[in-house]
Design a protein around this ligand. Structure first.
Ligand code: URA
Length: 226
C-alpha cells in the first residue's frame, strides 16, 4: 500500500518536473513548429477565411528559441501577414530602433503577438479573437521560458497580466508602462513589463523619448533573476 502511494507520488512529481523543465533547443523548435501547424489549420478562427482568401500568412513569431526576453505585440499588420514575420513593417522599424537604443540584438530575443492572424483593416482584435489565439501564446511562453516578458500595447498587457496572476495590478497602460511586475508561470517567476506599442511613435512624435526610457529598463540585470 505504502509502496503504491510512494510510486504514485513520484509519478506525479516526475510529471510536474517534465512540464516545468526546459526542453532542448531541438525539442523547442519542434514544439514551436507544431504551434505553427496548429495555427495554419485553425479553421474555427473568424480570421482564418480572410487569411486564406487573401493569400496571407499567419504570423507565429520569430527569434531565439532560448531567448531571455520575449516581446508580445497585438496582431500582424499588412506587411507582417504578407511575409509571415512579426514587426517587419513601419512599427517593426520603430521596434528595431528601440532595441538598438537599448543595445539588444533582435536575433537574441523572441518576438510574437497575441493574435496570429491579421484583423481586417488593422482594426483592434476582438475579445473572441484574443481568446482563440491566446493559448498559442501561452504555449510559446512555456516552451521558450523567457525570464522577461514585455507586452507591447494594451491588448497583450491585459491578457498577460491575467495569465501571469498579476491582474490585481492592472491599470491603464499610460499609468504602468515601464514598470516591472513579477508574474507567475509554470516554470517560476518572470519579470513582466508593459510598454507602449511601437506604432505609437509613428503618430505621436513626442512619445519616442518615453519609449526609449522604458526600453532602458531592459538593461537592469536583476530583471533576469527568478
Ligand atoms: N503590430 C503588432 O502588434 N504586431 C506586428 O507584428 C506588427 C505590428
Amino acid at each position: 500500500m505504502i509502496k503504491a502511494i510512494l510510486e504514485q507520488d513520484s509519478a506525479i512529481l516526475q510529471d510536474r518536473f517534465d512540464k516545468t523543465m526546459p526542453s532542448s533547443k531541438e525539442e523547442r523548435t519542434e514544439q514551436l513548429r507544431q504551434i505553427k501547424e496548429d495555427v495554419i489549420n485553425l479553421k474555427d478562427s473568424p480570421l482564418y477565411e480572410i487569411r486564406v482568401k487573401s493569400g496571407a500568412h499567419p504570423v507565429i513569431g520569430e527569434g531565439n528559441h532560448e531567448a531571455q526576453i520575449m516581446f508580445v505585440g497585438e496582431a500582424p499588420g499588412e506587411n507582417e501577414a504578407k511575409r509571415g514575420r512579426p514587426f517587419c513593417g513601419a512599427a517593426g522599424k520603430v521596434l528595431d530602433e528601440l532595441l538598438k537604443y537599448a543595445g539588444i540584438e533582435r536575433t537574441l530575443v523572441y518576438i510574437t503577438n497575441i493574435v496570429k492572424d491579421r484583423p481586417p483593416q488593422n482594426r483592434d482584435p476582438y475579445p473572441e479573437e484574443i481568446a482563440m489565439y491566446g493559448p498559442f501564446l501561452e504555449r510559446q511562453i512555456n516552451i521558450i521560458q523567457p525570464r522577461v516578458i514585455v507586452a507591447l500595447g494594451r491588448f497583450s498587457m491585459q491578457y498577460l497580466m491575467e495569465k501571469l496572476n498579476i491582474a490585481n495590478e492592472l491599470q491603464s497602460i499610460s499609468k504602468i508602462h515601464g514598470r516591472v511586475f513579477k508574474g507567475e508561470t509554470s516554470y517560476g517567476k518572470v519579470s513582466f513589463i508593459p510598454m507602449f506599442h511601437p506604432a505609437m511613435a509613428l503618430y505621436h512624435e513626442g512619445s519616442r523619448g518615453m519609449m526609449e526610457k522604458d526600453f532602458e529598463t531592459l538593461k537592469q540585470k536583476d530583471l533576469f533573476e527568478p
